[in-house]
Design a protein. Structure first.
Length: 157
């Protein structure tokens, strides 16, 4: 990380970004063709390591990319705000907090893990627990992103 003064290492601050952020941008690539898609997500933390869950239709471009290349990247942000940052005409910047990671993305097959992933996603999105139907689970692909590296940073007032 170039700007060490903006780096966040405190797990509670990282968790706050993840809880308040509602959209994860998933970056994928095959044959030198990049693809990025915004998704709702859920996450869990174990011993300071985070794992992310997203959902998808059972077919489509996203799953084609993942099936071809299990490497991906994510970005999550909160509190983005443009600010005037100096005297010049083009002296603008932004306040923000973000989490960025590189890692492995997989399409889950295990029913219990798929259900856990959707529950975590709905909890992060709405703050509520839901009773999932078998139809929802049957018709939904669940994706799991396991970071190999994860960094967080912020620019605050």
């Amino acid at each position: 990380m170039r700007r060490k003064d903006r780096e966040i290492t405190d797990l509670s601050e990282i968790r706050e970004i993840l809880e308040e952020g509602k959209v994860l941008r998933l970056a994928l690539s095959i044959c030198d063709r990049p693809y990025i898609v915004p998704l709702f997500y859920g996450f869990e933390e174990k011993d300071g390591n985070f794992v992310f869950y997203m959902h998808s239709a059972k077919e489509g471009k996203k799953l084609d990319y993942i099936s071809s290349n299990s490497q991906g990247a994510i970005e999550i942000e909160k509190g983005f705000k443009i600010i005037k940052d100096g005297e010049g005409d083009c002296s603008y910047s932004a306040l923000f907090s973000s989490v960025v990671g590189e890692g492995r993305i997989e399409i889950l097959e295990d029913e219990e893990e798929r259900e856990k992933g959707i529950n975590l996603m709905m909890k992060n999105l709405t703050g509520k627990d839901f009773a999932l139907t078998s139809t929802l689970l049957k018709n939904t692909a669940v994706l799991k992103f396991t970071p190999l590296s994860l960094t967080a940073k912020a620019r605050k007032v």
